[in-house]
Design a protein around this ligand. Sequence first.
Ligand code: AR6
Length: 202
Amino acid sequence: MFEDMKTITGESGNNERKNSRGIRVGTARINLVCGDITEQETDAIVNAANSSLMGGGGVDGAIHRKGGAEILEECKIIRQESYPEGLPTGKAVMTTGGKLKAKRVIHTVGPIWYGGDKGEQELLSQAYRNCLALALENGAKTISFPSISTGAYGYPIEKASLVALRAVIGFLEKNEGIKEVRFVLHSIHDLKIYENTFTEIS
Ligand code: AR6
């Protein structure tokens, strides 16, 4: 399963280290980078949204601010037409990327951490898998994820990184068509945690 594991070292500075750690799974590559999800040029980026789809803080706030009003307009239509009571945890929907470099935004709702015995692990895994399935259905070959649920929703990042990487690897082993899955971690600290988890499971 794991071939070609290497670290590519580039410039550093501004807390935006360009280092990228990656592995190949089948015909796809998983890369870990430190950066801002709203700056990624992948076909799709993932929003760690809430079930209202009406915006919020963290990744959600940054995506709506930079992507512009078109994203919220499409979210309103999705709410009216498909999810009048809100997007359930673990599900995913897609909108335009508006003014972002990425043409599409996939909005998902990660679980709030209640201590680990409320199905958080399965719901987080579902969120990643449903985003990847939606990307594939819509022809997106490259996709960037933030670390879903590990900010406002309080999921411990060591645990979340394991769930995230396992979910993505499992999906890529069963499905062909995605070329790159990029995890965009917002700090060197978070990147290191994902890198350690990567090493543990590989
Ligand atoms: N790029 C990449 N990662 C980021 C960025 C960014 N621009 N900004 C923050 N992070 P969060 P959640 C990291 O809170 O935990 C919102 O209000 C951040 O450091 O964005 O799923 C929604 O509306 C953290 O590691 O998402 C929901 O109500 C990770 O992204 C709620 O927060 C996720 O943090 C969702 O909470």
